[in-house]
Design a protein around this ligand. Structure first.
Ligand code: UDP
Ligand code: MG
Length: 313
């Protein structure tokens, strides 16, 4: 199979028919063998019904329905696991991504040998202050931290070599930083293609202000994981040990000086207070690192979502 399209969606019933016929048109023009995997991420509108109707007319249309809303990352992850095509292309369901980009996105993988090609919405029609500016800052920070030269990490339109999607696990809110996951897995030929940003035609955006909180937390986590090889222990553990040793050495000094010379001895209360504080901070940091280590080792609970129904898979 040439192409698997993976499309996560939450309450997009109005867009789906138009999106599907556009995709069908592009696929027919290039005679691609393909599948479209719609992942219904807990929609409460008619999205699943619409997907079933679309499948009745075209067996290339497939669907997975989550029991509830688990987020876009979970949707992509389950779509990646199901995809059979040699090239996997993701796009948003809201008609903001154009299916006309599919052939070139595929060509860059198949002919130019990229592992991942990310869309770059150079020209945006979003609000400058609330969306464009923060997204510029995020991308600049992500570029610095990951050393991946992309302008638009979060663009929903991306194409992948099949090997990549079968090797990475998109968990939490990491859909914003999939190129980073790809690089960590060793797939570092990452390219970029300018794509059209279209205005949302139906429905509303599903990400509110909390996108910035989540985006920021993910940025911190890619920073720590990238720098310390997924080992928070190495960062916190190091500083914890340093604080602990300073506190320990200082109290030892105070005790010895008491034994030798009573003037600077145990009566030096501020000194002992500082030493004790350093020891406590050290132990706390060490424990923080240890907890981080436990969590990062125990990946259960990352992607344990329930699938309510499937179509064609
Ligand atoms: N989406 C999803 N689960 C969610 C939130 C969003 O599957 O919890 C889908 C949504 O239906 C759309 C894509 O992710 O297909 C991008 O979301 P949206 O268009 O709301 O984001 P924006 O374009 O405003 O960044
Ligand atoms: Mg959108």
């Amino acid at each position: 199979m040439d192409i698997s399209l993976v499309i996560p969606l939450l309450n997009e019933d109005e867009s789906l028919p138009e999106l599907t016929s556009w995709i069908e048109k592009v696929m027919a023009e290039h005679s691609y063998s393909y599948e479209v995997i719609f992942v219904d991420d807990g929609s409460t509108d008619n999205s699943w019904k619409v997907i079933q109707q679309l499948r009745a007319k075209n067996p290339h249309i497939k669907g997975i329905k989550f029991q509830r809303n688990y987020g876009k990352s979970a949707g992509l992850n389950v779509g990646f696991a199901a995809a059979q095509g040699d090239v996997v292309i993701t796009m948003d369901a809201d008609l903001q991504d154009s299916p006309d980009e599919i052939p070139e996105l595929r060509r860059l993988i198949v002919e130019d040998g990229y592992h991942l090609v990310s869309g770059w919405k150079r020209k945006r029609y979003d609000n400058r202050l609330t969306k464009n500016l923060p997204s510029k800052l995020f991308n600049a920070a992500a570029r610095r931290m990951s050393k991946i030269n992309l302008h638009d990490f979060n663009c929903g339109l991306k194409s992948y070599d099949k090997k990549v999607v079968k090797s990475i696990e998109v968990y939490g809110e990491m859909h914003r930083y999939i190129p980073v996951l790809s690089k960590w897995a060793g797939f570092n030929k990452i390219g970029e293609k300018v794509v059209e940003h279209r205005a949302r035609k139906y429905g509303v955006s599903k990400f509110g202000w909390e996108r910035f909180v989540n985006g920021f937390l993910d940025l911190l986590s890619i920073f720590f994981m990238g720098k310390f090889g997924k080992r928070p222990m190495h960062f916190f553990g190091l500083w914890g040990t340093i604080f602990f040793l300073i506190g320990f050495a200082f109290s030892l000094y105070l005790i010895i000086s008491k034994l030798i010379n009573f003037e600077y001895g145990i009566t030096n209360r501020p000194g002992f207070f500082i030493a004790l504080t350093a020891i406590i901070i050290g132990v706390q940091l060490f424990l923080a690192g240890f907890l981080g280590e436990l969590i990062s080792r125990n990946s259960t609970g990352r992607n344990n979502y329930l699938i309510e129904e499937k179509e064609g898979l």
